[in-house]
Design a binder for this molecule. Structure first.
Ligand SMILES: [Zn+2]
Length: 306
């Protein structure tokens, strides 16, 4: 009898053995990211690359998998220890730093879980994942934890949006992509985040879905993989008007599929960009635009309309 017997009964030996060898990168080890990392370890994922630059503070302990014993320690180390406490055989690489300085850490991994709050950082992670053909699972928690959303972005799927086209559609009017922190809360008069984060249990409801969808993606190629009803799920913790004129009740969820925006400058030429990165010719933005027949003014006008 091993610790994994019950998981093996659920998933089967083949899928569990497969998960033990899969590597997930978790960027941002706050309330959501820390929960996702530990949950994936408890579901059989065996290899982790954790990236975060913050120390756990005493204000964090009511909204984090780490507790008072971890105050003053880097969040990556606290979460790495929690993973090892669940699975001593797990291979964990803990990187204390900002993702912008550590994109190399994403080379060769199987999936990225995005646990950061800032939209600007999410756009940078999006670029890094597109360049590597890496699937990423993003989550956002709404103000005061009233709900949240989770999206799976798969650059290998031609119909899949990238995070930039997705956010342009879903966050329309809600988020300024240039702003640093805008997932929940508002920017106060002094220019800093006026955080009104949700309770741990409301954040974790969203993070639990993020973990489950990440696990499902990691199971691609096994008989345990489930086809989902869309690429995006929006969760209500309180009554939430997700679709105009219709209130989704507490604990309800709605699936939607956001299509790729053919005019998106981040992803519409990703394959060619990858080719360019791999070798010979550097393609200029102008060249890409003229090759595609998209004129810059048109792209801007479409942006303005949406
Ligand atoms: Zn895009």
């Amino acid at each position: 009898m091993t610790a994994w017997d019950r998981i093996e009964r659920l998933l089967g030996k083949e899928a569990l053995d497969y998960l033990h060898k899969r590597t997930v990168g978790v960027v941002g080890l706050g309330s959501g990211g820390g929960f996702v990392a530990e949950s994936l370890a408890m579901s059989g994922v065996g290899r982790f690359v954790l990236i975060d630059d913050e120390l756990l503070e005493s204000v964090n302990v009511v909204r984090h998998v780490g507790d008072l014993r971890d105050v003053g320690r880097p969040k990556v180390e606290a979460v790495a220890d929690l993973i090892r406490a669940r699975n001593p055989d797990a291979e964990v690489t803990a990187i204390r730093g900002r993702i912008e300085q550590h994109f190399d850490a994403l080379n060769g991994i199987d999936l990225v879980v995005v646990g950061v709050d800032g939209e600007r950082v999410k756009y940078l992670i999006n670029e890094a994942c597109l360049a590597r053909g890496l699937t990423a699972v993003y989550a956002g928690v709404y103000e005061r934890g009233e709900g949240g959303d989770v999206v799976v972005i798969n650059p290998r799927d031609e119909a899949s949006p990238c995070y930039a086209c997705w956010a342009d559609d879903v966050r329309e009017g809600l988020v300024d992509p240039g702003a640093d922190e805008l997932d929940y809360g508002m920017i106060g008069p002094d220019g800093t985040l006026e955080a009104e984060p949700g309770l741990w249990l409301h954040v974790v409801r969203v993070a639990s879905v993020q973990a489950d969808l990440a696990l499902n993606e990691l199971l691609q190629g096994t008989d345990q993989y489930r086809r989902m009803p869309g690429n995006t799920v929006i969760l209500a913790n309180r009554p939430l008007e997700i679709f105009q004129g219709r209130i989704t009740p507490p604990y309800g969820a709605e699936w939607i599929t956001i299509a790729r925006d053919p005019a998106c400058l981040e992803c519409s030429h990703r394959n060619r960009l990858q080719e360019a990165e791999a070798g010979e010719d550097e393609l200029s933005l102008d060249q890409l635009l003229s090759d595609s027949g998209i004129h810059y003014e048109e792209a801007e006008a479409q942006d303005g309309e949406s």
